[in-house]
Design a binder for this molecule. Structure first.
Ligand code: FES
Length: 99
């Protein structure tokens, strides 16, 4: 469904999305990478479990919350992809460590 406008084939990084390795352009956000990788949703809401996709792509709507490198509640549209990054969908409310 989604594809890049420019050909970034020479400048890519390897990331793992939902346990599946992908090569994506090096200069895009995790949210854009998730869309390119074909995820049907990036998170499920805590109350109803409805799947959500990135909406604003500028850090406002929080519909792109994902678990990035093991850290939950990351706005995927505000994080750039990096080599060997691990990206997972966030299912429901994330748990926090107590201090
Ligand atoms: S897509 Fe809206 S905050 Fe990331």
């Amino acid at each position: 469904m989604f594809k890049t406008i420019e050909d970034h084939a020479a400048d890519t990084v390897g990331i793992t999305v939902e346990g599946v390795p992908h090569r994506v352009p090096a200069n895009i956000s995790v949210a854009a990478a998730a869309l390119l990788c074909g995820l049907g949703s990036v998170r499920e809401t805590p109350v109803t479990g409805v799947g959500r996709l990135p909406y604003c792509m500028m850090g406002v709507c929080f519909d792109c919350l994902m678990k990035i490198n093991g850290q939950p509640n990351q706005r995927a549209c505000q994080v750039m992809v990096a080599a060997d990054m691990t990206v997972e969908r966030q299912l429901g409310a994330a748990e926090f460590e107590e201090f």
